[in-house]
Design a protein around this ligand. Structure first.
Ligand code: FAD
Length: 118
């Protein structure tokens, strides 16, 4: 493993970005205001423009064009994001994640019911 002080590589940047995005989706309101929707759309649409891994950004651009973000509420957004992450997982030969709200909430909001993350 690379020392802590090194700039992030594509893997570290990806893990940090997914952590931010999935956690933000998990805490996005059930009934967002129009202002919250607009800002979430802006955040997601800015990624293909600004994400500092150009081939990742280019794949994401195509992916988002084929699958427009659903910012109508946290359940729909969490699923949409999980599916986009699964698209990357498949492309990289990684396992796909179960995109039910139970599983995404367990991973990104509540932790498992055995209390091991409390
Ligand atoms: P990650 O894929 O980073 O996942 C982190 C954790 O999220 C996992 O441990 C798991 O608990 C959970 N998780 C996994 N899948 C899901 C899901 N579908 N929904 C919810 N939670 C889930 N890398 C490349 O090499 N090429 C690319 O083109 C590329 N494009 C990317 C595009 C974007 C927008 C982002 C954010 C990252 C991209 N990456 C790309 C990085 C890649 O997705 C991984 O982050 C990186 O390979 C590290 O993988 P990992 O196995 O540690 O887990």
């Amino acid at each position: 493993t690379r020392p802590e002080y090194c700039p992030p590589d594509v893997e570290q940047l990806g893990r940090a970005t997914w952590t931010f995005l999935h956690t933000t989706a998990a805490y996005y309101p059930e009934k967002p205001t129009s202002n919250q929707r607009v800002n979430m759309l802006t955040l997601l649409r800015s990624l293909p423009v600004l994400y500092p891994c150009s081939h990742c950004a280019s794949h994401l651009d195509t992916n988002i064009k084929e699958n427009p973000p659903d910012v109508s509420g946290r359940v729909a957004l969490s699923r949409w994001l999980c599916e986009r992450h699964n698209d990357v997982n498949s492309r990289l030969g990684k396992l796909r994640f179960d995109c039910s709200i139970e599983k995404t909430d367990e991973r990104w909001k509540n932790g498992p019911s055995d209390g091991s993350c409390d």
